[in-house]
Design a protein around this ligand. Sequence first.
Ligand code: F55
Length: 788
Amino acid sequence: MSATNGFRDDILRHLKYSLGKDEAHAQRTDWRLALSFAVRDRIVDPWFASTRTAYARQAKRVYYLSMEFLIGRLLEDATVNLGLMDQADAIFDELGFDLKDVLSDEPDAALGNGGLGRLAACFLESMSTIGCPAYGYGIRYEHGLFKQSFHEGRQMEAPEDWLNQIHAWEFERPESAFRIGFGGEVRDEHGRAVWTPSEAVIAEAYDTPIIGWQGRWANTLRLWAAKPENMFDLGRFNAGDFYGAAEAEALARTISRVLYPDDTTDEGKRLRLKQEFFFTAASLRDILRRFKSEYSDLNLLPKKVAIQLNDTHPAIAGPELVRLLHDEQNLALEDAIAIARNCLSYTNHTLLPEALERWSEGLMWDLLPRHMQLIEAIDADHQRSHPDRKVAMRGDGDVLMGPLAFGMAHKVNGVSALHTDLMKKTVFEELHRLHPERIVNQTNGVTPRRWVQAANPRLSGLITEAIGDAWIEDLEQLEKLVPLADDAAFRERFDAAKRANKADLAQYFSERDMPVDPDAMFDVQIKRIHEYKRQHLNILETIALWQAIRDDPQGDWVPRVKIFGGKAAPGYFFAKEIIHLINAVADKINADPDTSHLLKVAYPANYNVTLAERLIPAAELSEQISTAGKEASGTGNMKFSLNGALTIGTLDGANVEIRNLVGAENFFLFGMDASEVVARRAVEGHAAQAIEADPRLARALDAVRSGTFGEGFEGIVDNVSGHDYFLVASDFTDFYRAQRDVETAYRDRDAWIRMAVLNTARSGWFSSDRTIRGYMDDIWHARAIAAE
Ligand code: F55
């Protein structure tokens, strides 16, 4: 019993007393919940200790404000971080269950769209591992990102319902609630602005502890749920108007009902702006409450509080913090602005003009009249300090959230070296000239606990055997594997781990009617579907390869499985056409008896964090093929490289840094760089030229146009051969060439594995621990502490 530390008893106790289930009737979900509660019990003490220590030491707290936290499943992560995996395995073995099976019962918490939300989740875990006192603040969406299925190859969306069963990880805090107002009017009372909102909702806190590696520290993810001020209207109810009686409640709850499924454009919806203000205002009030419980001098705020804005979604934090300090705490306006700025910093995640948030001034006056006044004041203040410059936080009747966030932050960061450089030269050129110290780079990272240790036990076991386990929290130790790239026995074991992961994935696919050859090359592109990410470049190359194989079926081909995964924003028509085309090509190619042993396309539906954890360890080739200058960083690219996949990619985002670290000879580069892209766009008829110069591309496009894969793809063909803003045609020839180089390299098994080992060995810098230390040193000026 001591060997399991009472763990087994705790699981059984929770099954009986927390869930009210008899062992004889317990189902997988009951066991999963019982295990979750037993694991959670072991988080609570370190969690309390962390909070107590942070108070006792009067530590500076970091607050990470994000509309999205794409945390995925929590049980395995927590079990791994507490070092309980082996015990849990043994206990469930004895109970007659497969632990993997129990773990896979957990719903995937998809409170995010893609990279931005997943980054926030990796950061939370790293802050806990490092012992950086921090809180994540966001929205407790009732429905996370929609569930994707395919019907005749087209994306269908169904609501996601992660809260329809007991959620073991959160603690409801009805006592931590704030009233958040909207609309109404602002009156001047003896020179003081008084805002009287016309409507209000209650923001109620739900806390989830996030445990770091080895359970030494735990931080809190605090998500806000919107609740009505008054449950329902008893008068209307008693008068028989049952629906009307519940109307106010339903409206209030709408605010935290769904995650916006859009990773491109801001929906321009009133509700989205309400969501943004709702969680930002509640978080700031909570932050000030905590601060004031410890200190009375508001001038100390920047010394004790660092607030990171994850993109501009919480950018209303600038005016709201000024309002709290000036209107409610009576600081002078200039002091309020200066203090707010010294607390706030802003991360930019995109340069795409259509993704930069802007809100019409009319909507702002209507919903947030006091904030609109303050934005005018902040803007005027900034203009006064720089009278000869034309930078403004408002334009064309809109409030520009990027410039507002920039103006109210003491540091602004990009997410890769290239992206930061382009920020300075493009969207923030003028602001950068005025504030040359403000923009800094913090290249993204990923947590090795989830993305290597938990997701790839075969590889992590091998690494730990070879170099010990210190790499798990000091990822650059992977460098010690470099000499082993030349050790044939090690290479063989590395290869065996990859093959076993591939066999598992092949099994998973075959159970879902997608049989694939586990010995074929696994070539993977998983990410949101977007024109700039160019899944259509990949599928056109797939078509060209298929045609080449059909021309010469006896040729010396390298068998491949092209794996796609990803969702399109429901309103993004072109992205949905790309999905349809990939599925149509899959249908055709997979059914071709002459080629299907050599080329397959697999597109599992509903790509999410859990599926990523399955695909990445089995990948051999990582597709990172965005138009240069468009992918701010990428983080999937890092996960692949760490797991020993080689990258085929453009010089975009963090690909540049990956290539520098793993070595150009271990990376398949193709395509134009960011400046060539700009020049190419200026060439009249660039797409037509490229198509004319490459008969393979012309033939692939012809096949699509003439209906080889069914009807309805003219939009894609016309786009690629016409305007082709993302330069699919112009990069095709070099992409095709690079893919053939990949095959040449893959044929030399030993050389390939050597390259794969070097990718793993040299990717340690991409740990989010390194990124977080960068934020702590350069932006937050926060220190790590150890729980007492
Ligand atoms: C979500 C909502 C809106 Cl309104 C706009 C964008 C998004 C979103 O999901 N963006 C996003 O994921 N951006 C990505 O951020 C990653 C982390 O920094 C980068 O690696 C990636 O390049 C970038 O596209």
